[in-house]
Design a protein around this ligand. Structure first.
Ligand SMILES: *Cc1c(COP(=O)(O)O)cnc(C)c1O
Length: 222
């Protein structure tokens, strides 16, 4: 095993079976993705459309591509033909566009709503109130090609573990609220995307089903 494959293996041994690993390969060369693929990794996360567009044709067909970054509505059309999951849907407008393009390509695209739970200022994500208001509006029911499949969040960039846990718990409660009030009969609403290289052990304690790990696998981004 190469050092990269050993790091990947190490992380996999720490994850329970209910949690999937998204290998965040942004800014890393295709050789690094191939090395991870050779060790069995199939889910890769990218955060820029152009970079994803370059890499996607160079990898085998059974790779599941996850888009984890902020996505502009005018770029949705490029990734809809092959994307497996869009993690960070942060507006009604974006969800509408994903539905529109999904319908055009005849492809249902799984989406997560990004909720803003961190204390840091961020332009992106629904606040907990906005999240509930949006789901209660039920406008998403008319958008079946953008299939709501769970929620995603990022915790504050801090060493304070209690704070991070608190933020993940807030996201977990929002997920459970949504499941109970809007998706109780939909098995497809099942994903909780939180946990990165520095905080994924905390994410595993708070219901995460998808951890997005980059630097712990691939090393520092150049
Ligand atoms: C870059 C990125 C990650 C991975 O970060 P690491 O700290 O390298 O594990 C996870 N999620 C999102 C949204 C990212 O942009």
């Amino acid at each position: 095993m190469t050092p990269l494959q050993e790091r990947l293996h190490q992380i996999h041994t720490l994850l329970p079976e209910s949690v999937q690993l998204v290998a965040v390969s942004k800014f890393h060369p295709i050789e690094a993705l191939k090395e991870a693929y050779a060790a069995g990794q199939r889910i890769f996360g990218e955060s820029r459309v152009q970079e994803l567009q370059t890499k996607q044709p160079l990898m085998p067909n059974d790779v599941q591509w996850h888009f984890i970054g902020h996505l502009q509505a005018n770029k949705v059309k490029y990734i809809v033909p092959y994307i497996d999951l869009i993690h960070a849907v942060d507006s009604s407008k974006l969800l509408h566009e994903i539905h529109r393009q999904g319908e055009r390509y005849g492809r249902v695209v799984r989406c997560l709503l990004q909720v803003h739970v961190a204390q840091e200022d961020s332009k992106f994500g629904f606040s907990p109130e906005e999240f509930k208001t949006f789901l209660n509006s039920k406008e998403w029911i008319a958008l079946p090609y953008a299939q709501l499949s769970g929620i995603m969040c990022m915790a504050s960039n801090t060493d304070d573990e209690e704070q991070i846990l608190q933020e993940f718990r807030t996201a977990q409660e929002l997920f459970m609220w949504a499941k109970r009030h809007h998706f109780s009969s939909q098995a497809s609403f099942c994903e909780c995307s939180w946990g990165m290289s520095d905080d994924y052990p905390l994410a595993l304690r708070t219901g995460s089903t998808l951890v997005r790990i980059g630097s712990k696998i691939f090393g520092r981004r150049s």
